[in-house]
Design a protein around this ligand. Structure first.
Ligand SMILES: Nc1ncnc2c1ncn2[C@@H]1O[C@H](COP(=O)(O)OP(=O)(O)OP(=O)(O)O)[C@@H](O)[C@H]1O
Ligand SMILES: [Mg+2]
Length: 328
């Protein structure tokens, strides 16, 4: 994730120096701005005790961005430059600069109405930006539509669960898989061997993915009949089935009890590790955010007010004033 390493507040300039990203990264890695993690900074609100697991060393590849050290020499999976969208006179998102490392778990937080979901809608082309650039794995996504960015590697879940309620759990996952595996029209129509083979592959793969959340036993259940937490998990599995490079999770813990949330945290880390992908998540549960996110961006009224590690964000007075101080 990115930040201005002098002030921890967003820089209005997202400058990129000449030369290759790799060269910049190597330079930065040598003199990296890092946030070693042995001793977390005191929490701005110690009463809340937002948990911290093993901390990642964060480095600043080009200029004012911050990504995990292990991603420093790799093209970032996501980079937004001066991204913005207006709805009439409302600047719902304005001058958003952020970077997500190839295998980073990043957080996007802020008060209700801050523009978080709108950022996801911009990344997935539900909305076309009014201003700015989105690079996915180094590729400019300008002109792409929702289906194309999905094929290029962005998958998401929704703040309000969107499943095919009347289909089985397995079929919901297979819909995601169809995004990945090509099955020609003719082989489908005539039920040729290849079709049956791919159906078997789909079945096996769907069960494998459901196993990430120990849900394989529920493959035949009707999705709409699952408890709320299980539906949220199924939505993540369906998104994973599209084979993303970047998984966007919009309030994945909403409606989950503390035990489910704790399991979810472990599973998000496991997904990142097993699939070697990046996760950008929106969440109001600060134990989850501070517990697993490596870099965090804070939005308020559509603008970034802070970027940094969990420790830096919790100690940032502007964030405490605008958001953290108002949390339960
Ligand atoms: N299609 C739209 N047309 C007009 N205004 C919109 C549209 N989508 C979002 N907005 C406005 O943009 C602002 C940001 O909304 P958004 O849903 O992104 O907030 P959020 O940070 O996700 O909030 P929450 O935490 O409540 O989910 C809000 O003022 C919202 O009313
Ligand atoms: Mg939202």
């Amino acid at each position: 994730m990115s930040r201005d390493d002098r002030t921890h507040e967003v820089s209005s300039e997202s400058k990129r120096t000449e030369g290759t990203y790799k060269a910049q990264s190597e330079r930065a890695a040598r003199g990296a701005v890092s946030s070693p993690s042995a001793e977390p900074a005191p929490s701005a609100d110690s009463k809340k005790g937002h948990g911290s697991r093993a901390r990642t060393k964060m480095v600043a590849p080009p200029n004012d961005y911050l990504v995990p050290e292990r991603d420093a020499l790799l093209t970032p999976v996501l980079e937004c430059r001066h991204l913005g969208i207006d709805f009439g006179g409302l600047k719902a998102v304005d001058d958003l600069n952020l970077m997500v490392g190839k295998t980073e778990i990043a957080g996007l937080i802020g008060p209700n109405g801050a523009g978080k979901t709108t950022v996801f809608n911009l990344l997935t082309k539900v909305y076309q930006p009014t201003r700015g650039t989105i690079l996915l794995d180094g590729q400019d996504t300008a002109g792409m539509d929702t289906a194309r960015v999905s094929r290029e590697g962005i998958a998401r879940t929704f703040q309000n669960i969107r499943l095919f309620d009347s289909l089985t759990v397995e079929d919901n996952v297979k819909i995601g898989l169809h995004n990945q595996v090509e099955c020609g029209m003719w082989s489908g129509i005539f039920r040729l061997l290849r079709y049956w083979l791919s159906e078997k592959e789909f079945h096996d793969r769907a069960l494998e993915l459901l196993d990430v959340f120990n849900m394989a036993d529920h493959a035949g259940d009707i999705a709409g009949s699952l408890p709320y937490g299980a539906q949220r998990r199924l939505e993540i599995v369906r998104a994973l089935a599209t084979g993303p490079k970047l998984l966007l999770l919009d309030e994945p813990a909403a409606g989950m009890n503390p035990v489910e949330t704790e399991e979810l945290m472990d599973n998000i880390v496991k997904i990142r590790d097993d699939f070697q992908i990046a996760v950008l998540l929106i969440e109001h549960d600060m134990d989850l955010v501070m517990g697993i996110c490596e870099g965090i961006v804070v939005l308020n009224f559509g603008k970034v007010i802070a970027k940094g590690t969990p420790e830096e964000i919790q100690a940032n007075p502007q964030v405490v004033e605008a958001y953290l101080g108002k949390q339960d």
